[in-house]
Design a protein around this ligand. Sequence first.
Ligand code: THU
Length: 185
Amino acid sequence: MSDASDSVFLTLPAAAFPESTVESPSGRLLVPGMRLEEKRVVIQPSLVADLRGLARGAAEKAYAPYSRFRVGAAVVMADDPESRVFTGCNVENASYGATVCAERNAIFAAAAAGLRRIGMLFLTTLDSLDGPTAARSPCGVCRQVMREFADGNTLIVLDDGRDEVLGEVVDIDRLLPWGFELDRS
Ligand code: THU
């Protein structure tokens, strides 16, 4: 099982693009700017490895008779004193629209246990592991659900497929710039 003593530092890169405007006879158009500071995080590779195994196991259980695209997720919540792992797979439906993704099933299981803050979520797309990052990364709806339960320390790790790579690490700000938020205070 995971072991905090194997923790390593990892740097999520800064990213920025400037705001700009264009004047037209009908009015001003604004391209909003974006600035993400470089972020140093501590990550436990042994936990990544554990979650990867559990997420891949969950993906084997996917109910995906329509797409035949199996997805699995495993999540540990930062506010869980027991550090339990919640897993989920995609569960499809004949109506298509009633399909629920693996990440949401895992996060909702954790939320139903009373937990509210994602520590680390590992995502595996078993049937596209040799594909580009976009083919292995979460859909927009799941990003928004992650945003709901993410904070500055939340890490999302994508399965890279290659044995020599444990995973691709991102955070919610890099996955979902301008994600929708309501003031909950
Ligand atoms: N899917 C997920 O489970 N998670 C994602 O983030 C992307 C898509 C599922 C939904 C559907 O069952 C299948 O993958 C193909 O879209």
